[in-house]
Write a protein that binds this ligand. Sequence first.
Ligand code: NDP
Ligand SMILES: CC(C)=CCC[C@@H](C)[C@H]1CC[C@H]2C3=C(CC[C@]12C)[C@@]1(C)CCC(=O)C[C@@H]1CC3
Length: 330
Amino acid sequence: MATGGKVAIITGGNAGIGLTVAQRLLTEHPELTLCLACRSKPRAEAARDVLLLSHPKASISIVLVDTSNIKSVYQAAKQLKQMYNHVDYLYLNAGIMKVVGVNWDYFWKNLFSSKFIHMFTTGDGLLKEKEEITEEGLETVFATNVFGHFVLIKELEDILGQNGCPTQLIWTSSSNAVETHFDIDNIQHRNKEGGHYSSSKYSTDVLSIALNIQFNNKGIYSHVTCPGLVMTNLTFGILPSWFWNLILPIFWLLRIFVPTMNYDTYNGSEALVWLSKQQPESLDARCKYVSHCNFWGTRYVHQHKLKIEDKTADNLYQQLVQLEQTFNHK
Ligand SMILES: NC(=O)C1=CN([C@@H]2O[C@H](COP(=O)(O)OP(=O)(O)OC[C@H]3O[C@@H](n4cnc5c(N)ncnc54)[C@H](OP(=O)(O)O)[C@@H]3O)[C@@H](O)[C@H]2O)C=CC1
Ligand SMILES: CC(C)=CCC[C@@H](C)[C@H]1CC[C@H]2C3=C(CC[C@]12C)[C@@]1(C)CCC(=O)C[C@@H]1CC3
């Protein structure tokens, strides 16, 4: 059981933004105890090996969790509670998007219109998605990105915000989280043509506000981040890596108008790492912390105010609590 020093758990810490956050946290917080909460043992072990190359003395453990599978989340939470008596940073980062193609018609139609900046910032309207249901009967993107993480937080509640030591819940949300795709009466976004990813990310923004309402008095603080557009396995699932390499110069130009065109995971992880260096009590719980990179390559964190009502946040929270009760693991 880890007793002293800071503890960070990162879901999806074996690749992309999560792996870079792990790398940067080990540099920023030398005494850190790190836990990679991942779904694949070989991929998690490979990531640990990479991290140990640059931080040979680091304490890095692995806990297997598939956030789309609630049974697996319960098992992982049990294990984590045996390993740690407190958590300083819980990064809710694992995420997926079920993209089947790009809506190029929409792209060309809006390229020279007033929607240009919105289109490149959010990707709204550009992605065609498919719906999938997990073996436990949940919509897969919702389960992976939102519900699995919600259950993890609830299960870890006993070791969060302990001994006068606050816990920061840090969500990897997205600029694609747009309200138009979110329906409080259909939080899983079932039987919809697209917008599953957007709905799930908007849900994390709403949920984060609910978590602050519920848990700030227990020393648990929740914040949402946006990494912008970053080249990872997620984006290589949208378009092949050769395409993204080819348009690299366009990213630099686009940054004049769209500073979220971060391209690499180091730029994209800026807000996630910055948050770990702040006093959580002093942060605005109703802001999204966005990683920006300007034309000259300077990284900074932009605060974007969320316009979400408490009653929506509370409604979502109650629905998630009810949904969790249907799993009734105890
Ligand atoms: N890339 C981008 O432009 C943006 C990404 N984001 C968000 O950033 C987060 C990280 O994604 P990114 O680094 O880009 O993509 P990657 O695909 O590189 O990383 C995603 C991580 O999540 C893990 N993961 C996926 N599904 C599950 C699951 N069911 N259980 C446990 N772990 C899972 C993956 O594991 P495995 O390696 O085993 O697949 C991987 O470690 C996501 O939440 C994404 O939505 C937000 C905005 C923009
Ligand atoms: C010239 C050029 C850059 C073409 C690419 C067009 C689109 C494929 C991208 C434009 C904005 C992108 C974007 C995302 C995916 C790819 C685009 C739609 C995300 C939705 C990826 C996941 C996120 O969380 C947010 C991203 C916003 C921007």
